[in-house]
Design a protein around this ligand. Structure first.
Ligand code: NAD
Length: 311
């Protein structure tokens, strides 16, 4: 059985474990700083396995020893947003938490592939790669699957078409400047630009960009967790099953789209080697302008990180 350790057993971490246990693809370890909490959640989830008929070992811990020999480490530890906060407001608190989680887990699982969820996402993925010194194939940020799923859900709500027929591509940084690519997003092969009137499509783009904030405002404490954790589980499954699945994720840029030394949301292929390939689109002028604006925002947060942390 493969092994996945989830660092941070809060809303997203525990729900990721839930989605993963249903898939029966790996034994699971939940790690959190809160005493008893990861152990309690792990035991509760383990006790659900006979009911749903899955043979998965699930345990909880307050240190990293139990994460030994993990195939995948998922980092969800850190503070979530409160109403009125941007993802970037979390930088200094979460940099410390994520930096430690990354270096400590690597000691026990030198071959692991990292999936990072903690915000500000692109910058936390960058920090994980710098702190661990791993090649870019082995550090991937989760953002694009979620942002694209939100857009797919809104398109389905507007059109009544099955979500299965709707493909959306939301790339760029995981922030207010994210880039929903309406020309390439489609319903059964028909571009959304042709399928939907401009005003409806614009409203969907705006709602997608603010999708995380919409949920933060409704919940009042904490942020979204069902959809983000479903996205993490999909990534982990694609890696363990070597699916070569093409999905939007945050990846380290090494010249793609003219970007260097930063994490950014692009379409990638996920398989047993991790982030196996970046699929680069030919952007039109408007799309390129949106990419540049989003990249500038991500770079600014990366620079703020470099002032906080020495690699
Ligand atoms: N990338 C995305 O799409 C996305 C989506 C949702 C949430 N997030 C981010 O994920 C993070 C977690 O969100 P959440 O809703 O699960 O928050 P949460 O508060 O429910 O859980 C976070 C957990 O991390 C734990 N933690 C803190 N320091 C730790 C440490 N040093 N080691 C281990 N665990 C530690 C806390 O005790 C808590 O249980 C936040 O930064 C949030 O913004 C990202």
């Amino acid at each position: 059985m493969n092994k996945i350790s989830i660092i941070g057993a809060g809303m997203t971490g525990a729900t990721t474990a839930h989605w993963l246990a249903e898939r029966e693809i790996a034994d699971l370890v939940l790690v959190d700083v809160l005493e008893g909490m990861p152990q309690g959640k792990a035991l509760d989830l383990l006790e659900a396995m006979p009911i749903i008929g899955r043979d998965v070992r699930i345990s909880g811990a307050n240190d990293y020893t139990e994460t030994k020999d993990s195939d995948i480490i998922i980092i969800t530890a850190g503070l979530p947003r409160k109403p009125g906060m941007s993802r970037d407001d979390l930088l200094s608190a979460n940099a410390e938490i994520v930096g430690t989680a990354a270096t400590e887990t690597l000691k026990h699982s030198p071959d692991a592939i990292y999936i990072v969820l903690t915000n500000p996402l692109d910058t936390m993925a960058y920090l994980t790669m710098k702190k661990t010194g791993l090649p870019r194939e082995r550090v991937i940020g989760q953002a694009g699957i979620l942002d694209s799923a939100r857009m797919r859900a809104f398109v389905a709500m507007e059109t009544g078409v099955s979500v299965e027929n709707i493909d959306c591509y939301v790339l760029g940084g995981h922030g207010d400047e994210m880039v929903p690519l309406t020309r390439l997003s489609n319903i059964a092969g028909v571009s959304l630009k042709e399928y939907l009137p401009a005003d409806k499509l614009d409203a969907i783009v705006i709602r997608t960009r603010k999708g995380g904030g919409e949920i933060v405002n409704l919940l009042k404490s904490g942020s979204a967790f069902y959809a983000p954790s479903a996205a993490c589980a999909q990534m982990a499954e694609a890696i363990l099953k070597d699916k070569h699945l093409i999905v939007p994720c945050a990846a380290y840029m090494d010249g793609e789209y003219g970007l260097e030394d930063m994490f950014f949301g692009v379409t990638v292929m996920l398989g047993r080697a991790g982030m196996e390939k970046i699929i680069e689109y030919k952007l039109d002028e408007d799309e390129k302008a949106m990419f540049d604006k989003s990249a500038a925002a991500v770079k600014e947060t990366h620079e703020a990180l470099k002032n906080l942390v020495k690699f």
